[in-house]
Write a protein that binds this ligand. Structure first.
Ligand code: PAF
Length: 281
């Protein structure tokens, strides 16, 4: 496995692989890898592709008061995990390589970003779609893999690919959870032991909501209230949002009559966690 920092090197290597007839897979990450990222690699490997993993903490998707500078980074450990998982090439550019001069072009997907994380993190998804389209142009993958923990991100990238005719298949990969249900996230390292214990309430409240829907509850307001009540009574978490929306286009309705996304974002101290469940009805 090679680690390269220059766009020209990625282009050379991927062109060579394409000449050899291999399909190229891209697993875009911000590093500090965990089993959730490795599940993306595993799926890419099963499909027999040359797997490129990008590791780049993208400054333009962080707001001024967000955790860009303290976002965890550990390239050596990432490289070890990536190698063991079968990644073929790591692209680890410096900020100056990706943004050598002032960026004047932004890729913006309308509507899908005007809800959930898009409301509490203004500009975040424009930063994501801009860097992902740059990565798509640099790596020119046949397939790109995105974790469903960032479900809204997955929908937005899928829409961008459709709208801008990228010849790329966007593949969603299910959330990987700890044994007690907490969704894996690079930010979990910031939780204190008490917050870590309390954070299990997130997946538990989602499972309860899913059960209620399966038992026939169709009121979006009642489901959201149940989740809010559980989180506020059983933890110190401060709710950013709890929402039930269409799993296809994030539209909101009062009753559930199509597959829905139950999504939440909750702050434990300074650490903001997100989680979700998709429920087919
Ligand atoms: O999901 C992430 O880690 C990031 O948003 C991504 C897709 C790598 C873009 O920076």
């Amino acid at each position: 496995m090679e680690i390269v920092e220059k766009i020209s090197e990625v282009r050379e290597i991927t062109a060579e692989m394409r000449r050899k007839g291999l399909k190229i897979a891209l697993v875009p990450t911000m590093g500090y890898l965990h089993q959730g990222h490795l599940a993306l690699v595993k799926q890419a490997k099963q499909e027999g592709t040359f797997v490129v993993m990008s590791i780049f903490v993208n400054p333009i998707q962080f707001g001024p008061n967000e955790d860009f500078s303290r976002y965890p980074r550990d390239l050596e450990h990432d490289a070890q995990l990536a190698r063991e998982a079968g990644v073929d090439l790591i692209f680890h550019p410096a900020v100056e390589e990706m943004y050598p001069q002032k960026n004047r072009t932004t890729v913006q997907v309308s509507e899908l970003g005007n809800a959930l994380c898009g409301l509490s993190r203004p500009g975040h998804f424009n930063g994501v779609t801009t860097v992902v389209s740059k990565l798509f142009h640099i790596v020119q993958p046949d397939r790109a893999y995105f974790g469903q923990k960032d479900y809204q991100q997955y929908l937005i990238v899928r829409q961008m690919v459709r709208d801008l005719n990228f010849p790329i298949e966007v593949i969603p990969v299910p959330i990987v959870r700890e044994a007690d249900g907490l969704a894996l996230s690079s930010r979990n390292v910031f939780l204190t032991p008490e917050q870590r214990q309390e954070a299990v309430v997130l997946s538990q409240s989602l499972i309860e909501a899913e059960t209620l829907i399966r038992q026939g509850e169709r009121s979006v307001a009642r489901i959201e209230d149940k989740i809010r009540e559980k989180i506020t009574t059983q933890s110190s978490g401060i709710i950013d949002y709890v929402e039930v929306r269409s799993a296809e286009n994030l539209e909101k309705s009062a009753t559930i009559n199509e597959p829905v996304l139950i999504a939440l974002a909750v702050k434990f101290g300074t650490t903001r966690l997100i989680d979700n469940y998709v429920v087919e009805v």
